[in-house]
Design a protein around this ligand. Structure first.
Ligand code: URA
Length: 250
């Protein structure tokens, strides 16, 4: 992670600021299009820091935010940790090289067989707040279960069910579709225990056929974001995430 005291290579700085890929930035540097503090620099490894003014074709390049935040639609069959001992594909492998190099990691976990919204960042303090149960960030899931879920089962989910690691906190649960052979349940929880939704559903006698996270705190999974796709969060969304953790944690 870069702080204002650290220097980084000019092409990395340019790529990070969204000017172009690193390779393309190197070409721009070699082509004499880049100035640092008013002087043309043609050395690709030239180091720049917080106080340096970088211009490309005479236009100032703004230093990027200190941290990066991405919304990613995790597909089924991809692991949400940064590494996997068993060599399975991780969410980080879905990112392009420039993003991959920024030290991003997933905020919390989704199971291998769960799809949906996951945030990636390199902001450790924000990650802590978004994942610690004390801050109670809401996560909303859609669960497909066979047969027809009964109102009593939904009430039990909402009230809290006994799992082997304790009773779950109050949640919200409702049926969004009821067909002859399956039900679609929307459930919102504030905790983040391992396989929590699947275990909650099993505790009330419901099997999970498919599970998808559709919201994380103030962020909703965008419909046009296909599985495997991602996009940077907008500044308003980053602010909303920050606000979601404010005033809690005591
Ligand atoms: N609950 C689960 O059971 N699985 C997930 O991936 C997330 C929440």
């Amino acid at each position: 992670m870069m702080n204002t005291e650290e220097k980084e290579r000019l092409q990395k700085f340019m790529a990070g600021a969204g000017v172009a890929s690193r390779r393309r930035s190197e070409e721009m540097i070699a082509g004499g299009r880049v100035r640092v503090n008013g002087r043309v620099v043609r050395e690709p490894g030239f180091k720049v820091g917080g106080a340096d003014r970088v211009e490309v074709d005479g236009l100032a390049v703004r230093r990027r935010n200190k941290f990066d935040y991405i919304m990613l639609h995790k597909p089924v069959g991809v692991i949400s940790s940064a590494r996997d001992d068993r060599g399975r594909k991780t969410v980080l492998r879905l990112l392009s090289r420039d993003w991959e190099e920024r030290g991003l990691y997933p905020v919390g976990r989704l199971d291998f067989d769960t799809s949906g919204l996951i945030v990636l960042t390199n902001d450790g303090a924000m990650t802590y707040k978004l994942t610690h149960p004390r801050f109670g960030v809401e996560k909303t899931y859609l669960a497909w279960t066979p047969g027809q879920a009964a109102a009593g089962q939904l009430r039990r989910l909402a009230a809290g069910v006994r799992l082997e690691d304790g009773v779950t906190a109050p949640a919200r649960a409702r049926t969004v579709r009821l067909e002859d052979n399956f039900s679609l349940i929307e459930i919102t929880i504030r905790e983040g225990r391992n396989r929590q939704v699947r275990r909650m559903l099993a505790a009330v006698g419901l099997e999970t056929l498919r599970l998808k996270r559709i919201a994380f705190g103030p962020l909703a999974l965008e419909r046009r974001l296909a599985p495997g796709d991602y996009r940077p969060l907008r500044s308003g969304e980053i602010e909303a995430l920050r606000r979601a953790t404010e005033g809690r944690g005591r």
